[in-house]
Design a protein around this ligand. Structure first.
Ligand code: UDP
Length: 561
């Protein structure tokens, strides 16, 4: 088993290790890895596999911190709440019955550690008629507030806050209200917002025309808007608060592997998995930081980990019990999994490639192409062993696969802390800082310290000098060839963040969660430009965060805190 750092141990003890009814921790990290490996590998029995051998392989990958599944799997596998997926999308139709059914389902998902996304686009607009009562409708934003309050009360079993994504189509008559819904600090703090756009919106934008606002209840065109005005408004709010982001629903649906089952209209809370109504996705991430040797990528090890991880995630679907029966059905029929990576920046340091370079972008593209191709190969192998996903014949997949999708880039907010690596495909945020959510733990970047010692510029004073800094580029003691390797999120331009996102998106079935950090000095126009660039790059969605913008972090484990 790899040695766990202090942060990892603290995170595990606080939220992941099993506790008895008095809140006493009754499990060690090693026992956690055994519990998860054993439980997930037990799925092998149904397919005539060697569950013991697979369990041993899973245990080695988990305890070696080569691969970690999403938090719900670590928390729940082998316990009474055997719910292993982090991501859900629930449908909401235009009726009180449907709205409150979704509210209850969301509560159950949150209780089990999952996050939920919803399209609110089918709800009639504010002020529209309510035929049954002769009253007026309150509209999507006011219903979102009910979901927000409910989420607030269910603290995911006391271990993390629930997270939600609300999507509203740009053609909805309440779009302006939606775009500004988080203008007041503290409102909708458990929600991320995304405006859904489609081809007609962008055609109108390109030709300088207006587009229709449509009442979803009647199908009637009730108004028209200038898409440039809407985009400017979205940019203004995103500049001020970080919300809303944008979803390019046409691009998302071009890549929908099962169009016969309907359109993809929403994603999970952080945007990395577009899902059909009731669908869920079990995520897992390979720690790239443990897949280098002598300054090179260990491709053989990476291939092996990808194959093992796909098997792990498919087994996890088999083991998972979902709180909503419709989810059981569609999960068994589509079997979507989301394998991604974390520790990308760490790997770049080992390869001596600075993050903010074209080389990093091209390397990222090649790396993800490899992971993706191998994950499809692994899913095809599983299809031979276990049969393809039942909706395969109706899908866009040409050859039999076990899973409708295999790849996703998740934020890895907590699992990267457990693995002790840089989060997801993000640049590091600091080389040394104090982690407040963990009671003031000092955290230092191991690679930075190792390099400082190796190159002879290490000192306690240096660590103190860089502590808490969001950039080390002007620290004199650090040699000029070392500085670029430790560029932080602040040193990387918004445009470069997007290029990295796009490089990974080229080889990802689902989507990429990426924060596009902007300096405080960025203008509203800069945000607008980034949205347009994101569209041009063929991304499925985009979220920006300007330094100093007021925001409520939806996720409990923001690595920056
Ligand atoms: N998520 C959630 N609550 C949280 C953090 C995450 O519901 O506090 C869900 C959400 O759907 C998010 C997904 O988990 O998109 C993956 O997030 P992340 O990779 O940060 O999770 P981790 O597995 O590292 O905890």
């Amino acid at each position: 088993m790899s040695t766990l750092g202090t942060v990892a141990k603290t995170v595990l003890r606080r939220r992941y290790l099993r506790q008895d009814e008095n809140g006493t921790v009754v499990e060690t990290p090693d026992e956690l890895f055994h519990r998860v490996a054993r439980d997930v590998a037990s799925a092998e029995e149904a397919f005539g596999g060697d569950a013991d051998a697979v369990e041993a392989a899973f245990y080695d990958a988990l305890s070696g911190l080569d691969f970690l599944p999403n938090s719900p799997t670590l928390m729940n596998a082998g316990t009474d709440i055997e719910q292993l997926a982090a991501c859900f999308v629930l449908p909401i139709e235009d009726s009180l019955d449907s709205i409150f059914t979704a509210l209850k389902q969301a509560a159950l998902v949150h209780q089990s550690g999952g996050g939920t996304g919803f399209a609110f686009s089918n709800l009639r607009p504010q002020g529209d008629v309510v035929l049954k009562t002769g009253g007026v409708a309150s509209g999507p934003v006011s219903f979102m507030q009910i979901f927000d309050s409910a989420t607030e009360q269910i603290k995911q079993g006391g271990r993390r806050r629930g997270a939600n994504m609300a999507v509203l189509d740009a053609t909805h008559p309440d779009i302006e209200r939606f775009v500004t819904a988080k203008a007041d600090e503290g409102t909708l703090r458990n929600f991320n917002l995304s405006v859904g756009t489609d081809e007609p919106f962008w055609e109108a934008y390109d030709s300088g025309a207006r587009y229709d606002l449509v009442n979803p209840r009647t199908g009637a065109v009730v108004d028209q808007m200038d898409p440039a005005d809407v985009l400017a408004r979205i940019a203004e709010m995103a500049w001020a608060t970080g919300d809303p982001g944008m979803l390019f629903l046409d691009t998302i649906n071009e890549h929908n592997p099962t169009p016969a089952l309907g359109r993809l209209e929403a994603t999970n809370p952080c945007g990395e998995v577009p899902l059909l109504p009731y669908e869920a996705c079990v995520l897992g991430s390979i720690n790239l930081a443990t897949h280098t040797a002598d300054g090179e990528v260990d491709w053989a090890k990476l291939r092996e980990t990808v194959h093992l991880a796909v098997r792990f995630l498919d087994d996890a679907i088999e083991r998972s019990a979902f709180p909503v029966s419709e989810t059981d059905e569609i999960m068994n029929a589509n079997r979507k999994i989301g394998l991604g990576v974390m520790g990308f920046h760490d790997m770049l340091v080992d390869l001596r490639i600075p993050y903010a370079t074209s080389d990093a972008v091209e390397f990222g593209r090649d790396l993800m192409s490899f992971v993706h191709d191998e994950s499809w190969a692994a899913s095809r192998d599983l299809a031979e062993e276990r049969g393809p996903f039942p909706n395969w014949a109706d899908s866009t997949r040409e050859r039999p696969m076990r899973n409708a999708t295999t790849t996703t880039i998740a934020p890895t907010g907590t699992i990267s802390l457990i693995a002790g690596c840089s989060a997801s495909i993000e640049p590091i945020y600091n080389v040394a800082y104090t982690k407040h959510v963990l009671g003031g733990l000092a955290v230092v970047n191991d690679r930075f310290v190792d390099m400082a010692k190796e190159r002879g510029f290490y000192s306690e004073d240096l660590l103190e000098a860089v502590h808490g800094r969001t950039s080390i580029q002007d620290v004199e003691e650090i040699p000029d060839d070392v500085k670029p390797l430790f560029q932080t999120a602040h040193d990387v331009s918004g445009a470069h963040h997007l290029r990295v996102q796009a490089a990974f998106q080229d080889h990802v079935d689902n989507a990429v969660s990426k924060t596009v950090n902007l300096p405080q000095s960025a203008s509203i126009g800069d945000v607008e430009d980034l949205f347009l660039t994101a569209r041009d790059l063929g991304l499925k969605g985009v979220t920006v965060f300007r330094s100093g913008a007021k925001s409520e972090q939806v996720l409990g484990d923001d690595p920056r805190k």
